[in-house]
Write a new protein. Structure first.
Length: 751
C-alpha cells in the first residue's frame, strides 16, 4: 500500500537547487546531496512580498538503526521536510511528511492533520547554534528516529509529560492542588496576571472559600476529569474548540454540556452585565496517569487551554446564554433556540501548566535529599535572615525564629528586609518573606521575644522541643547562657568576623557532652596558637552610628560578604547536623582574590570543676598541655600563667590556655618562682587576637613526681598574693595545681 504524505501549503516548488536563495538552505542542500542515507525529493519555497522567507528541502532518509516492525511505528525510510527560515537565529524545523507518522513524546507543538514536528534538541536554541553544523544536524535526525523507534529517547521511569511547545500563556497551579480538590469547602477561580511585552500572560488557579463573593479580576475555570491514560500516551493539541471537543469525545466526554452548565452557572437567575475583566476562558483538564494498563494511577497530569474570549461571549456562542438589554441570561428552556455550531471554530491556545513549589520540590531542585530537622533559629539579623532565606527556598527544615529586635533603616544595607518593613519585628519580617516565596507550602513561626529569657514560656518550649537550635545572634550572651541549660536541644553557633572575611561554625555533639561554652574557648585557643588567627578578629573596616544612643554603633561590612559567608554556612550546617560529633570550623576568605581557606580545630572534652560561687571549665587539651609541661620540667617544679575569661552572667570562669614558664623563672624540685620576661606581651597578644575576650585569670604550677595536687603552705601564701593582685580588677584569683594524677583548682578573693 502506497504511503500518503502531507502537502505543505503556501509554498511553491523549485525546479532545482539554483532557485534556493537562503544561504543556510544552499549549504544544507549541498551537504544532503553528499550523504548516502539522504535523497532529495523536492525543493519548496515560501515568499512574502516576493522575498523568500522559508525554503524546504524534502528528503527521504534511511536509518539502519531503526528496528524492523518496531512497536512505535517509525519506518526504515521516512520522508521529512527540512524547513530553513531566513532568520539565521532560528533552528531548522524538521517535519515528518507521512500522514500516519506516530505522535511521540518528544515532538514540537503542532496542529491536527498537519505534519509532526520533530524536537531534536534538549538545549536552548542559542546553545544548539553555538556548535551547529549541517553534518551534525543530519546525524541528529537519524539519532532521533533510531532512538524513538527503540523507545530509548526517554527513560521508562521518566515523569509523564506532554508535547513540547512554545506558548506565551501559562497557568500556575497551587502546590497543594490535590488536597484542595478533595475539599468541599473550596472552589477554584482563575486570576489573570499582567500582560507581558510579548502579549503573553500568566494565570493563577486559586482556591477560595466556596461561599466567597466573586473577586474582581477572577473567573471560574472549566474543569474536566478524564479517564486514566497510560504513561507515554501523547495526543496532538487541538487548534479549535471543536477539535478539543472531538478529542474529548473519543475519551468518552461530551464537552458541550459541561461548557453550557459551567457558563450558565456564572449568570444565575437574575443575569449579569458583562465585565471588563471577562477577557478569556481557561479549560483545565485533569488526567490520571498509569504506568501499565489497568494499574492504579501513579499521578495526575494537567493540561490547560486558553480561549481569548470571555465566558459570557463563549456562553452565547455555545447556546448556553443569550443577551437582553446588555445583560446575559441563561438560555435554558429558551423556546426556538437553534443549535449552536459556530463555537467549534473558536481558536484554543495551549497553556504551559506549572505548579508552585512545595517543600519536597524545593529540596529536589536544590539537590537536598533530607527533609531537615524541626529547628529554632536564634537571631534574625543580617546573617540569620540570609541563612534562613536559603533554607526556606530549599525546603530544608521547619523553623521557629526568635528575635526581639525590629528593622531599622540601617539594617537594609545587609538584611533581606525591604523599606516597607522598617519598624516591624525582624522575626515577623523573615516569616512573612518566607510565606511570600513559598505561598504556604512551608511556614516559619516567628517569636518576637528575647531568646535569652529562659523563664517558662514559648521561648523555652521552642528551644527544648526542636531537634536543632542554630544561634546566629552574633552575641556572647545567648550561646553561653544556653550552654548552662541541660534540657535544650543540640546547639550550633554561627557568626562572621568583624570584617566579614571569615565565617565560623561551632557545633555541639548530638548528646551535648560538648557545649558551645567549651567550643568557644577552644576556638579562641586556636586563634592564639595558630598563624591564621593573627588578624582573624581584627576590625579594620570601621564603624558607623546607626542611631542616637551611644550604643547604636554598627560595623562596616558589605552585604556581599554577609551573603558569601551565609551561603557557605547554609550549606555546611545540614552536613554538620547529619553527624553526631562536635565541630569547630572556620572559612577564611581572601577578599582580594576571593579564595577560601578552611581551618578545622580539633575538639576536646571539657571538665567542670566547682570554684566557690563559680564553675570552672577546662578542656582536655589544656590538661594535656599542663601535664606535658610538668613532665618536661622534671625533676623540678614548673608553672606559668592561665589565660581565659570570666562571665558573671553565667557564673563561670573558662580556661582557654596555659602559658609555659617565662625564661627568667626559677625552679627546683621543691619550689617554683615564675618570671616575667615576655609575659605581658604574650598576654596582650592573646587579648588582641581574641578581640579583648581572653586575658589573665590566674596562675598554674606543678608538683614534683610522686606528689598530689594538694596545696602546700607556700601555695596558699601565693594564692593570697594573687587574690590581692586581682582585687584591683574586682576579680577572684585562680590557682591551678597539677599533681601526679590529679588537678586541683583554688580560688582566692578579697572580702
Amino acid at each position: 500500500m502506497a504511503e500518503e504524505y502531507h502537502e505543505l501549503t503556501n509554498v511553491s516548488a523549485l525546479a532545482d537547487e539554483v532557485g534556493l536563495t537562503i544561504p543556510r538552505a544552499k549549504t544544507l542542500f549541498d551537504v544532503v546531496s553528499r550523504q548516502r542515507d539522504y535523497a532529495v525529493v523536492q525543493l519548496l519555497q515560501h515568499c512574502d512580498d516576493g522575498t523568500p522567507k522559508l525554503e524546504c528541502i524534502v528528503v527521504e532518509v534511511e536509518c539502519d538503526g531503526v528496528p524492523p516492525k518496531n512497536g512505535v511505528g517509525i519506518n526504515y525510510r521516512e520522508r521529512l521536510a527540512l524547513c530553513v527560515s531566513d532568520d539565521p537565529k532560528q533552528l531548522i524545523e524538521v517535519l515528518a511528511m507521512r500522514k500516519d507518522f506516530p505522535v511521540l513524546m518528544h515532538q514540537n507543538q503542532g496542529i491536527l492533520d498537519a505534519p509532526a514536528s520533530l524536537c531534536l534538541y534538549f538545549e536552548s536554541v542559542a546553545a544548539v547554534m553555538r556548535t551547529w553544523t549541517p553534518q551534525s544536524f543530519l546525524r541528529r535526525i537519524q539519532w532521533w528516529l533510531e532512538k524513538s523507534a527503540r523507545g530509548e529517547l526517554h527513560p521508562t521511569d521518566q515523569p509523564v509529560e506532554h508535547l513540547f511547545f512554545a506558548t506565551r500563556y501559562e497557568l500556575v497551579l497551587p502546590w497543594n492542588l490535590s488536597t484542595l480538590r478533595k475539599s468541599a469547602e473550596h472552589r477554584f477561580v482563575i486570576a489573570r496576571g499582567p500582560e507581558r511585552p510579548d502579549a503573553g500572560f500568566t494565570c493563577f488557579l486559586e482556591a477560595v472559600p466556596k461561599d466567597a463573593a466573586v473577586k474582581t479580576g477572577t473567573a471560574a475555570p472549566i474543569e474536566l476529569v478524564l479517564q486514566p491514560i497510560l504513561h507515554g500516551f501523547v495526543e496532538r493539541d487541538p487548534a479549535t474548540l471543536g477539535q478539543l471537543a472531538d478529542i474529548l469525545s473519543r475519551r468518552g466526554i461530551d464537552l458541550l454540556p459541561y461548557l453550557r452548565a459551567a457558563l450558565q452557572a456564572r449568570v444565575g437567575a437574575k443575569g449579569v452585565v458583562a465585565s471588563a475583566d471577562d477577557k478569556c476562558t481557561v479549560i483545565l483538564l485533569h488526567i490520571p496517569i498509569c504506568r501499565t494498563e489497568g494499574a492504579e494511577p501513579v499521578g495526575v497530569t494537567h493540561r490547560a487551554f486558553l480561549l481569548l474570549a470571555g465566558g459570557l461571549e463563549l456562553g452565547v456562542a455555545v447556546g448556553a446564554l443569550f443577551v437582553l438589554d446588555k445583560k446575559y441570561f441563561s438560555a435554558t428552556g429558551l423556546i426556538g433556540a437553534q443549535p449552536a455550531t459556530e463555537w467549534r471554530s473558536q481558536p484554543v491556545l495551549p497553556m504551559a501548566v506549572l505548579s508552585q513549589n512545595d517543600a519536597a520540590a524545593a529540596r529536589k531542585q536544590s539537590g537536598i535529599t533530607e527533609e531537615g530537622p524541626a529547628g529554632a533559629l536564634v537571631g534574625a539579623g543580617s546573617l540569620g535572615s540570609a541563612i534562613l532565606n536559603f533554607w526556606g527556598r530549599a525546603g530544608w527544615g521547619s523553623w521557629t525564629v526568635i528575635d526581639k529586635d525590629h528593622i531599622k533603616p540601617h539594617n537594609l544595607s545587609r538584611h533581606v528586609a525591604y523599606a516597607q518593613h522598617i519598624g516591624y519585628p525582624k522575626a515577623t519580617v523573615v516569616a512573612d518573606l518566607h510565606a511570600a516565596a513559598m505561598h504556604g507550602a512551608s511556614e516559619i513561626t516567628p517569636l518576637n521575644a528575647d531568646a535569652s529569657d529562659f523563664k517558662p514560656g514559648a521561648v523555652t518550649d521552642a528551644l527544648s522541643s526542636v531537634k536543632l537550635v542554630v544561634d546566629a545572634s552574633t552575641t556572647l550572651e545567648y550561646p553561653r547562657a544556653a550552654s548552662m541549660v541541660d534540657g535544650f536541644a543540640r546547639h550550633f553557633s554561627v557568626f562572621v568576623t568583624p570584617t566579614g572575611n571569615a565565617g565560623i561554625l561551632l557545633a555541639e555533639d548530638a548528646q551535648r557532652l560538648l557545649r558551645l561554652r567549651t567550643l568557644e574557648a577552644q576556638y579562641y585557643r586556636a586563634l592564639i596558637q595558630e598563624n591564621w588567627g593573627r588578624n582573624h578578629l581584627t576590625d579594620n573596616t570601621g564603624s558607623f552610628w546607626s542611631g542616637a544612643s551611644c550604643r547604636d554603633i554598627s560595623v562596616v561590612i558589605p552585604y556581599s560578604r554577609i551573603m558569601g559567608q551565609a551561603s557557605t554556612l547554609a550549606e555546611q550546617i545540614p552536613l554538620a547536623a547529619a553527624q553526631d560529633g562536635a565541630m569547630i570550623r572556620v572559612w577564611q576568605r581572601d577578599p582580594v582574590r576571593g579564595t577560601v581557606e578552611v581551618h578545622d580545630v580539633p575538639v576536646a572534652t571539657e571538665r567542670r570543676m566547682q570554684l566557690g560561687e563559680f564553675d570552672l571549665f577546662v578542656d582536655a587539651s589544656v590538661e594535656l598541655q599542663l601535664r606535658d609541661l610538668r613532665t618536661k620540667g622534671f625533676p623540678n617544679e614548673t608553672g606559668g600563667v592561665l589565660i581565659g575569661y570570666y562571665d558573671f552572667n553565667v557564673s563561670a570562669v573558662i580556661v582557654v590556655a596555659a602559658l609555659p614558664a617565662p625564661p627568667d623563672s626559677k625552679s627546683s624540685p621543691g619550689s617554683f618562682e615564675r618570671g616575667i620576661a615576655g609575659l605581658a606581651e604574650t598576654v596582650t597578644e592573646a587579648s588582641r587576637r581574641t578581640a579583648g575576650v581572653v586575658g589573665y585569670i590566674g596562675e598554674w604550677h606543678s608538683h614534683p613526681p610522686g606528689h598530689s595536687a594538694s596545696p602546700s603552705r607556700d601555695d596558699l601564701v601565693q594564692l593570697v598574693h594573687l587574690a590581692l593582685g586581682m582585687a584591683d580588677d574586682g576579680l577572684p584569683a585562680v590557682q591551678l595545681i597539677v599533681g601526679e594524677h590529679d588537678l586541683q583548682v583554688l580560688q582566692g578573693t578579697v572580702k
